[in-house]
Design a protein around this ligand. Structure first.
Ligand code: CP
Ligand code: NVA
Length: 308
């Protein structure tokens, strides 16, 4: 495992192994702290977009395990602008032991990985958000138990980066994944094709709908994300008109399984895609989910470093 760029790059067994390790590292952390398995290692974190969770959870993951992290803001290195991505990758490989990058264009994180001698982690691109997907899976397993095959995961809203990683991790773990999105806001055909290949092996069922009410019927998980992702700001007004029928509110939640959990990767645009009532209500696991970024990423880093 050289890089962590997409959930679909791994086998179901490898994804399960990462989740098992995350559970172990989380337990260890709360029992008195992690062992210094990242001692002498620094993670370089390249951001082309803002971040709270990804930035802080990666930094803390490194520190908790005896390592360190270096934050490089969007203004600092000008990835692909001030300097080519290939040169940035080769220079940074001499300074740090791993790289994490949040980019606009997925091709840019692939390019970074192609040229870097050190492992590269995708901290969100326009295509996917694999670290989020791992934290989401950890949260779902914590709620429903390790024997979770056959769960129904329903995503309501934009078929974006977060939806892609959720679909792929659901397929990997044998969960049924249903998405309801408005016309023109579907998950890309390429991501669907990859998802279908994984789902065939695990017997997971992937369903693509327009109607959010149909999507949440019998759902154990309802997931939503912003209607306008970073980089799409000029489409905000248009999207605000299209997406209101896809709001996750108390009525929609009442149409799912009675023990449904409600998830959101955050940041949430409250009372747009998710109402306050639901975000702060009894079904919501949004903060547990945010906190699980820390534990899932410790496992990813440990496997990339070949330690722990
Ligand atoms: N969920 C997530 O990636 O949050 P940030 O954009 O704050 O990192
Ligand atoms: N879909 C969102 C996720 C943010 C964590 C975005 O790309 O902005």
């Amino acid at each position: 495992m050289k890089d962590f760029l997409a959930i679909s790059d791994y086998s179901s067994e490898e994804i399960q192994d990462l989740l098992d390790l995350a559970v172990k590292l989380k337990k260890e952390y709360f029992k008195g702290g992690n062992k210094p398995i990242f001692k002498g290692k620094v993670l370089g974190m390249i951001f082309q977009k803002p971040s709270l969770r990804t930035r802080v959870s990666f930094d803390m993951a490194m520190r908790h395990c005896g390592g360190d992290a270096l934050y490089l803001s969007p203004n600092e290195i000008g990835l692909g602008k001030r300097e080519s991505i290939a040169d940035v990758a080769r220079v940074m490989s001499g300074y740090v032991q791993a790289l994490m990058a949040r980019v606009f264009d997925h091709e840019h994180v692939l390019e970074l990985a192609r040229w870097a001698d050190v492992p590269v982690v995708n901290g969100l691109s326009d295509y996917n958000h694999p670290c989020q997907g791992m934290a989401d899976a950890l949260t779902i397993i914590e709620k429903f138990g390790a024997e979770s095959k056959g769960l129904n995961v329903a995503y309501v809203g934009d078929g974006n980066n977060v939806a892609v990683s959720l679909m792929h991790v659901s397929a990997q773990l044998g969960w049924n994944f249903t998405i309801a999105s408005p016309e023109s806001y579907d998950i890309t055909p390429k991501a669907v094709e990859i998802g279908r290949k994984i789902a065939e092996k695990t017997k997971s069922k992937l369903t693509f709908l327009r109607d959010p009410h149909e999507a949440v019927r019998n759902a154990h998980v309802i997931y939503t994300d912003t209607w306008t992702s970073m980089g799409q700001e000029e489409e905000t007004a248009k999207r605000e008109k299209v997406f209101p029928p896809y709001q996750v509110n108390a009525q929609l939640v009442s149409e799912a399984d009675k023990d449904v959990i409600v998830m959101h990767c955050l940041p949430a645009h409250r009372n747009h895609e998710l109402t306050d009532e639901v975000a702060d209500g009894p079904h919501s696991v949004i903060f547990q989910q945010a906190h699980n970024r820390l534990h899932a990423q410790k496992a990813i880093l440990a496997r990339l470093f070949g330690v722990g």
